[in-house]
Design a binder for this molecule. Structure first.
Ligand code: PHE
Length: 460
């Protein structure tokens, strides 16, 4: 039997949940990753596939994840175990939770390193380093930075400590309050940057890159990346949203909250794209520059604009906060499991997992410096990857583990849970069509994921 309340606490209202889940969803994925993978994959057609995946795969699976979490009220591993037994199926479904916890572990190990870049850039912005720099000067600055493991390691350490501190205290009041102020501020700042981008002269080129689909550039590899990113950006497929759902009051409408979270997340990503690509073209930078893209385009813009030191500092503060609220949700499934199954106190569980993840993150730190002994190149479905372990972890989690996790979550909610159980969680008389959701989660979402996977592995 699932407990009535989670032993880890509960949100004070459905708004608290919406904020926390939006905090989880909106992160480096929107501001750092979405622009650079869009750039690498040719723009418009990629964006269209991404939006399509958000609507037809992401939204129904997010609802499934929240409802499963709320029904099980425990860590993802134990929730899957309880619900599988409740509906008369094998407890082996708990391995879905295990894969999720593992994915969270891998993601956080590199996420923290990139969040560390933002901390460094926050200091750089505040000290006025960007002022008056040429685009190539800014590129050199970035190259020098990622070649120096000392600083990468220092910031990685600081960011993991920040994450540990919040999770150790329990998620409730700290994150709720911070997110309420920070998310609107982030949107306002993105609008300021778009305002700047409009005036640099290449705005229409940026818009057309983002929204004019050129399907000749669309490979199956790009489709996989777009689909994987839909999972990554909505924090789906690994239990983060499930665990947040386990703290959700029974009276809250899952359909409405999902709609709000997914819309906010998509809007922030598109605003980030609109701010960045005009600057890429105006400065003759390459859209395919890779993970460094926003650390080159934006500092250059801040260096040229009036008040750039102020806006630049503020912007990196917001990125750090966005990354922070996501990192917390990456750690939470691991911590709840350690508390429930290993009898640890929350603080001890948070410390143990943070240290292990930090150690693992060192592999990512050494994926970037050009003289690093563990930097290597490899090719993945026809694309050359140059950043060793970082690229491997990124592909393994975003392109494989999250879609696979999401696939099984959809299968579980659509085929293994009883219709009545899901209906009990979802049908709130809020005008939402339960049968449409069930069709999407039973047929559409799993089929689409399967088609992409089968294509990648050359089976169809
Ligand atoms: N959604 C977060 C982002 O876009 C990353 C994340 C993935 C967080 C998976 C939790 C779980 O940055």
């Amino acid at each position: 039997m699932a407990p009535k309340e989670s032993i880890h606490g509960s949100w004070s209202s459905r708004w608290a949940f919406v904020l926390a889940a939006t905090g989880s969803a909106v992160g480096l994925g929107n501001i750092w990753k979405f622009p650079y993978i869009t750039g690498e994959n040719g723009g418009g057609a990629f964006v269209l596939v991404y939006l399509f995946c958000i609507a037809l795969i992401g939204v129904p699976i997010m609802m499934a994840e929240i409802l499963i979490g709320r029904r099980g009220r425990q860590s993802p591993i134990n929730t899957m175990h309880t619900l599988a037994i409740e509906s008369g199926h094998k407890p082996a479904w708990m391995y879905l939770g295990v894969m999720g916890v593992l994915a969270g572990f891998f993601i956080l190990s590199y996420y923290s390193v990139i969040a560390g870049w933002s901390l460094e850039y926050l200091i750089k912005a505040a000290s006025g380093v960007f002022t008056g720099q040429t685009a190539s000067g800014i590129e050199t600055l970035f190259g020098d930075f990622i070649n120096d493991p000392k600083y990468l390691l220092l910031w990685h350490t600081i960011f993991m400590m920040m994450t540990y501190l919040v999770v150790a205290r329990g998620v409730k009041s700290g994150i709720e309050k911070a997110v309420k102020i920070l998310m609107p501020a982030l949107v306002v700042l993105l609008l300021v940057l778009i305002g700047y981008a409009i005036n640099t002269g290449s705005f229409s080129q940026g818009v057309s890159f983002l929204f004019n689909p050129d399907f000749s550039k669309l490979t199956w590899g790009a489709v996989l990346t777009a689909m994987g990113h839909a999972f990554f950006t909505l924090s789906l497929g690994m239990g983060a949203i499930m665990v947040y759902g386990s703290y959700l009051p029974k009276s809250a409408s899952i359909a409405k909250t999902t709609f709000m979270i997914a819309s906010a997340d998509t809007i922030v990503a598109l605003l980030a794209g609109l701010a960045i690509f005009p600057l890429v073209f105006a400065n003759a930078l390459s859209p395919g520059a890779g993970p460094g893209l926003i650390f080159i385009t934006l500092p250059h813009a801040f260096g040229q604009m009036d008040g750039g030191v102020f806006f630049g500092t503020l912007f990196f503060v917001l990125i750090v906060f966005a990354a922070w609220t996501s990192a917390i949700s990456l750690l939470e499934p691991v911590v709840t499991w350690l508390v429930e199954n290993r009898g640890m106190r929350r603080a001890t569980a948070a410390l143990t997992s943070s240290i292990t993840i930090w150690l693992f993150g060192i592999l990512t730190v050494f994926s970037f410096p050009s003289d690093s002994p563990i930097k290597f190149e490899f090719s993945f479905i026809g694309e050359t990857k140059t950043n060793g372990v970082f690229d491997i972890l990124d592909i393994l989690t975003a392109n494989i583990m999250l879609p696979l996790g999401g696939f099984f979550i959809a299968i579980f909610a659509g085929w293994f849970m009883s219709r009545d159980a899901t209906r009990d969680e979802l049908d709130m008389g809020d005008g939402f069509d339960f049968n449409a959701w069930r069709f999407l989660v039973k047929w559409v979402a799993p089929t689409l994921v399967l088609i992409v996977f089968l294509n990648i592995f050359g089976i169809i």
